[in-house]
Design a protein around this ligand. Structure first.
Ligand SMILES: NC(=O)c1ccc[n+]([C@@H]2O[C@H](COP(=O)([O-])OP(=O)(O)OC[C@H]3O[C@@H](n4cnc5c(N)ncnc54)[C@H](OP(=O)(O)O)[C@@H]3O)[C@@H](O)[C@H]2O)c1
Length: 306
């Protein structure tokens, strides 16, 4: 990826060129670039909001590349770069590969993928197919999905990193039931990243996992910031509290993201969306003020009453 962080000015120019300037939710942060956090132990930083692409990639077969293309350009336009992917369907992944290789995106993105197959050769084959479908020589981050056969795959990931075929290696979990195996794994091995579920509604990771990952110098990528959409169903039509404006929060999506982002363990938060307006809203949560400890406690109290 290109480490030169695009600024909001670049973003405005890009949106205008794409005819998407209606996606600009607020001009108040127009001179800033998206805040970044350093990858622990590396001389590289990542913008703090990224895209979880499972849903928009799964829609390529029916809707074509238009929606995911707009979502990705909106992310990049806001200064984001991280796209998390998961090999599911070769035809859709090949189409995603075409998009990832468009000239204005190719150097701008930090592309991750996963191995979700058991067995050493199956894992290597899956990685090679991903590289081929994405038309890349190198992946930025390769993760073992939900710790699937991680004892078998880990030496392969280390080998691929040493060979320069992946830049960083990691593991993912998306449920508290996997925290114990994750703890056991990170006591033995040192992944560059762990991907963990965490949100204002799923706070279990605060107790042990996030502090432990921070202590061990492991980068943290967050999934399920909206419980895969369940958060919005629970909130319903309630208005966002007025006091959320004290930390530049205009929507319930930003309410969850601005709760997550101040945690010092976190490198990047993925938000999954197939809607460019939602992508703009989520990316904007990276800008402006963040809640302090008292405000975060107040946010929790609101959510716990719902
Ligand atoms: N074990 C693993 O490795 C694992 C497991 C789960 C997830 N993940 C990763 O994490 C990513 C995030 O997925 P998730 O399950 O955690 O999803 P999520 O981001 O918690 O929620 C996604 C849902 O929220 C909606 N949404 C997003 N932004 C919104 C907004 N501003 N306003 C209203 N609705 C909004 C989306 O609908 P719209 O399309 O309508 O916006 C979608 O239905 C995945 O794509 C994947 O990359 C990894």
């Amino acid at each position: 990826m290109n480490n030169g962080a695009p600024t909001r000015r670049d973003f405005l120019t890009a949106l205008s060129a794409l005819g998407l300037s209606g996606l600009m939710p607020s001009l108040s942060f127009a001179q800033q670039s998206m805040p970044q956090r350093q990858i622990p132990g590396a001389n590289e930083s990542l913008p703090i909001i990224g895209l979880g692409s499972t849903k928009p990639v799964s829609q390529i077969a029916n809707k074509g590349l238009g929606p995911i293309s707009e979502v990705l350009r909106t992310l990049v336009g806001h200064g984001g770069s991280v796209i998390d992917t998961w090999p599911r369907n070769a035809a859709n992944d090949a189409a995603l590969g075409q998009l990832l290789n468009q000239s204005e995106l190719r150097e701008a993105l930090f592309v991750t993928s996963k191995i979700d197959q058991a067995g050493k050769q199956a894992g290597i084959d899956q990685f090679r197919q991903t590289l081929s479908l994405y038309q890349r020589q190198t992946l930025d981050l390769l993760q073992v999905f939900n710790l699937t056969d991680v004892e078998t795959h880990w030496s392969s990931l280390e080998y691929l990193k040493a060979a320069g075929e992946v830049r960083y290696v990691g593991v993912t979990v998306s449920a508290a039931a996997l925290y114990e195996p994750l703890e056991r794994f990170i006591k033995k091995e040192k992944p560059d990243f762990a991907q963990v579920n965490y949100s204002i509604t799923e706070r279990e990771a605060e107790k042990r996992i996030l502090p432990m990952l921070m202590d061990r110098g492991i980068g943290v990528i967050i999934n399920r910031p909206f419980m895969n959409g369940e958060y919005f169903r629970r909130i319903g039509q309630r208005p966002v509290p007025n006091w959320a404006r004290e930390f530049d929060c205009d929507s319930w999506a930003q309410f969850s993201l601005k709760y997550i982002l101040p945690h010092p363990a976190i490198t990047c938060v993925l938000t999954e969306t197939s809607n460019p307006v939602h992508m703009a809203e989520n990316a904007t949560a990276a800008f402006g003020r963040m809640p302090d400890r008292d405000q975060r406690n107040r946010m929790k109290a609101v959510i716990d009453k719902i």
